[in-house]
Design a protein around this ligand. Sequence first.
Ligand code: NDP
Ligand code: 2IT
Length: 445
Amino acid sequence: MTNIDTLYDKVVLKNPGEKEFHQAVKEVLDSLKPAIEKHPEFSKAKVLERIVEPERQLMFRVPWTDDNGEIHVNRGFRVQFNSAIGPYKGGLRFHPSVNLGIIKFLGFEQVFKNSLTGLPMGGGKGGSDFDPKGKSDLEVMRFCQSFMQELFRHIGPDTDVPAGDIGVGGREIGYLYGQYRRIRNEFTGVLTGKGIEWGGSLIRPEATGYGCTYFVEEMLKDRGTDFKGKIVTVSGSGNVSQYTTEKVNQLGGKVVTLSDSAGYIYDPDGVSGEKFDYFLELKQKRRGRIKEYAEKYNVDFFPNKRPWEVKCDIAMPSATQNEIDAKDAQTLVDNGVIAVGEGANMPSTLEAIDIFIKAGVSFGPAKAANAGGVSTSGLEMSQNSLRLGWTREEVDQRLHEIMVNIYKNSRAAAIKYGAPGNLVVGSNIAGFIKVARAMMAQGIY
Ligand code: NDP
Ligand code: 2IT
């Protein structure tokens, strides 16, 4: 039988310095133990040994010129992790912290997440250490064009379909798509998150935040409660945080914090109504900083701090990886948190997850809770293939159904494999089994 601990040690040795990748692999491997015991055929076929090795890893030079004509060189990445159940699918992240280990952790997570959605999508991820912050639209455009000048040869609507992630939103997808179309002379569904006039899907911008909120709603239902009157702390102030806030408001909860890398705002009356509209305008149109919200509405801003010290019923981390450590988790538990829904990818450290699970908090792990974004990307791909566009209500209903199914399947797998209530175990096993079976059916490669 595959020895999980030995395999993990090998992954660490073979991928030196890639600490986020090691962390993501450890979480998955540890929770797969009961599935490996029950299915000796997976060990025999060395499925785990194969699944931790990306099918392909691409790194490339991305030169571009700024508005003063100065030349800059960034590094581009695309890790095509697993295509056993569909074309590689996953976002692109533009952030100065991006390196191979971060893209590999995200690509690895995406394999299981995409499997959980029930849609035919393999896993991949890409990006660059380019920082869009403070750049002009034309600088971002020139960067995106240069990035696509290399990426185009590795992707395609049936091969690999990138989308957004941190630092990549509608503007960047537009520039990337324009360049792909120009090079290939093809109008196809090669990227998702496109504008609604040129092949995008309604609800895709909202999908990750809405989906995460639907997932938390299911966890709350199982506790016999709902969002009404609940105090919710949200971190981040980007795409996921914005639409998490909107949906929580719609369901009767109160979002009292938002953040960015400079600190967090605390609005005890809730980010709703006119204040929510201002927040969207600030972030989506003016690309401003969240501190401006505190200045405008005369609420507190806590520089260089994270919102987890604020007493809440529900926490929805929606900024970045490892933004909740063991100390933060303990503070949340001591303050009576009942549910955590991970909008970001891997926002809780392994120690933090342990604290939540042991304390009986309903914990919605990222690959299940934030799968609404990629699910709706899958729905965008379907609409592109059909050359049709569905209504807002139709897409939202499908998204809702997918999130309920992910919840139910993860909960059922947790029970079946002896860890009732543990959605980390449940979602990892449910996501894994489908990919493992597909890999075995398709032979050894
Ligand atoms: P955005 O770029 O729209 O927003 C990112 C937000 O997180 C910003 O407020 C940013 O602050 C903050 N942030 C980013 N990096 C850091 C950091 N190192 N420390 C502190 N704050 C940080 O990205 P998204 O909202 O799209 O993504 C947020 C998270 O959700 C990511 O983990 C992403 O992988 C995940 N996700 C996104 C999906 C999507 O569809 N977009 C789908 C599933 C998951 P600042 O402006 O200061 O950098
Ligand atoms: O982490 C994620 O699931 C995303 N950034 C969305 C990926 C996608 O292909 O829509």
